[in-house]
Design a protein around this ligand. Sequence first.
Ligand SMILES: Cc1ncc(COP(=O)(O)O)c(C=O)c1O
Length: 352
Amino acid sequence: MNYINDDLLQYPDWRGHAFLREEVARFLTHYCKAPEQLDPENVVVLNSCASVFLTLTMVLCDPGDAFLIPTPFSSSFSLTSYLYSKVELIHVHLQSEITEANTQPFQLTVDKLEKAMVEAKFKKQKVRGLVLINSNNPLEDIYSRDSLKEYLEFARRHDLHVIIDEICMLSVFDESIPFNSVLSMESLPDPNRTHVIWDTSKGFGISGFHFGTLYTHNKEVASTVGAFGFLHSISGITQHKLCRLLQDREWIDNVYLPTNCSRMKEAHKYITNRLKTMNIPFLNCGSGLYIWINLKEHLDPCTFEEEQQLYCRFLDHKLLLAPGKAYKCKEPGWFRITFADKPQRLKVGEWC
Ligand SMILES: Cc1ncc(COP(=O)(O)O)c(C=O)c1O
C-alpha cells in the first residue's frame, strides 16, 4: 500500500487512474452482481460521493433545474447542490403513518412521485431527474427489486435522469434482506439516464480517504463529469492505496465483511433491545449505520421547537442524536441514532 512510483506523482487522467477504474469496474461487477463485466471507461473517480453528485447536477442540468428527492434524506447534498450548480431539490415528503396507500412507514410510491411532478409543473419548475438513495440515510430501508423497477420506469416515462446512491451497498447486515443494485438488472429502462454513485466511506468506514465513484452507461456524461477531476480528483498515492484495498478480495470476503457484519448486527441488536425496553418506536431495518427513532411522545407540544430543545438537552449530556429536521423530515419528533460504534461507546451513550 505504501508503494510510490513516478506515475503516481504526476497529474493523473482526470477521470481517475486507469488501474483504479479497472479495479472499481471489477469490484462493482462482483459485489453489484452485474450480469456482464462493467466497463472501466464508464467509471469516474472523484474525491467523494458529494463531488460526484454535485458535478453530475452541473453536467445534467441548467441553473434553476430541479431534482426530485424522497425526504427525509441526509441533507449535505441539498445545501451544496444549490450553491454549486444552482440546482434545486424538490422534496417528495414521506409520512410515517400507515394508510391504504402507505403500507409501510416512510414508503416511497410512484403515486407520490407523480404528484410531485404535477406540483412542480404547476410551479413551472423544470424537473431533470430523480435522486434515489439505496439504502436511504437516515431511514436505512432498502428498495425491493420491484419498487426499484417502478421508480426507474417512472423516470423513463418523464425523461428524467436517475442518480442512485448505493453507498451503503456493503452495509447490509441482515442476510435475509437482498440488496438490489441497479447494476444487477438485466436491462435498465433508460440506461443512458441512470447514473450510480458508490464509495468506501460507509461500507469500509474510511470517509477520510475521500473517494467517490460514478458508474454510468452514458459515455458523454462519464467524460464530462471526468473533466471535473481537474478540481475534484484524488492524489495518485491514495488511488494506489484504494486499488490495493479493493483488490484484496480474500481479506474482504473472509475477514472484513463477516467481521463488520457481525459487529453491526451485535451493535444493532444491543441498541434496538434497549429501545424496546424503553418503549421507543423505531424503524427496524437491517442495513446501514443508523436507526430512525420516534420520540414524539417525549415532546410536549409536538413541535420542531421542542425537537430542537430535546436535541440540545441530549447534547448537554454529551449525546449526539441528530434531529429529524436536519433531514428535512416533515414530522417533528424523529431522531437518528448512529449505532455503528464500539460496544463500550454505546454503553457510555446509554448512561448519558
Ligand atoms: C447516503 C449518503 N451518500 C453520500 C454521502 C457522502 O459521502 P462522501 O463522504 O463520499 O461525500 C453520505 C454521507 O453521509 C451519505 O449518507
